[in-house]
Design a protein around this ligand. Sequence first.
Ligand SMILES: NC(=O)c1ccc[n+]([C@@H]2O[C@H](COP(=O)([O-])OP(=O)(O)OC[C@H]3O[C@@H](n4cnc5c(N)ncnc54)[C@H](OP(=O)(O)O)[C@@H]3O)[C@@H](O)[C@H]2O)c1
Length: 273
Amino acid sequence: MFNPYKILLVGCGKMGSAMLRGWLAKGISPTNICVIEPHSEDVSLLRSDLSVSVLSSPEELHADYEPNIVVFAVKPQGMKDILDPYCGDLTSTAVVLSIAAGRNIAFFEKIFGVGAAVVRTMPNTPAAIGRGVTAACANNNVNPVQRAACQDLLEAIGDVVWVDDEALIDPVTAVSGSGPAYVFLMIECLAHAGVVQGLPLKIAKELALATVAGAGELARVSDETAETLRVNVTSPGGTTAAALEVLMAEDGLGVLMDQAVEAATRRSRELSG
Ligand SMILES: NC(=O)c1ccc[n+]([C@@H]2O[C@H](COP(=O)([O-])OP(=O)(O)OC[C@H]3O[C@@H](n4cnc5c(N)ncnc54)[C@H](OP(=O)(O)O)[C@@H]3O)[C@@H](O)[C@H]2O)c1
């Protein structure tokens, strides 16, 4: 691991703030972190009394500043222009960690050179509460110390899974990157179905949200698999069995989920570059 960390965080919006909050909570000294954010006055975390140095552009960095990790947490659109000023000394010895959706390792190697150490990641929105899951893929230039540092920094926003084959980032995007939206839809659909059966909307929403959150947490902390937990709550001939007969039919949720994840994987491939 780097000792000390010298982290340059480029972009401090939703994801960048979540990471910064996690790093500080982990005990990383704010004096080891520099943030580049053009509109820092709009970022509530940066308005609080932190000793993180906040600059509005890389031109304001000291000429001899040498980060050991540069985290790009900016939108993928227009990213080449944002990255260009970081070519050269700033990134020649640092590991570049990107959380940008759809920007592949080759994209960064083209900008920073084929010798650049690059880690491409795909986090998801529960990162905002430290409960995300991030898939990471490193190129061959990333050394074990740099990889351990990336793991450490990403753990501040949740679990971390490494994949060796970058092509897997597309299905990762379809499962965990976009996945929170599927779960939010599940909450909406469950509440709507309750209303159709006569429940007041407010109660249906409360029941659906607490059920999805509680079941998710139970699945997370339990030693049993999701399948076993499902079987355990399904009495033969009971109410859950009646519902699962519909959900698990040949044209049920399994098929729909396959189609949805396939569509998202395809779209992720189309957008990559
Ligand atoms: N949110 C998610 O759930 C999620 C999930 C997976 C991956 N990601 C990836 O995470 C990245 C960040 O997403 P986000 O949701 O955090 O976006 P965001 O909230 O818009 O944050 C991006 C930040 O970068 C700032 N910025 C713009 N130009 C900059 C520059 N030249 N230098 C430094 N900072 C600059 C923006 O400032 P202004 O707003 O003032 O322009 C903004 O504060 C994206 O690439 C996205 O693909 C996000």
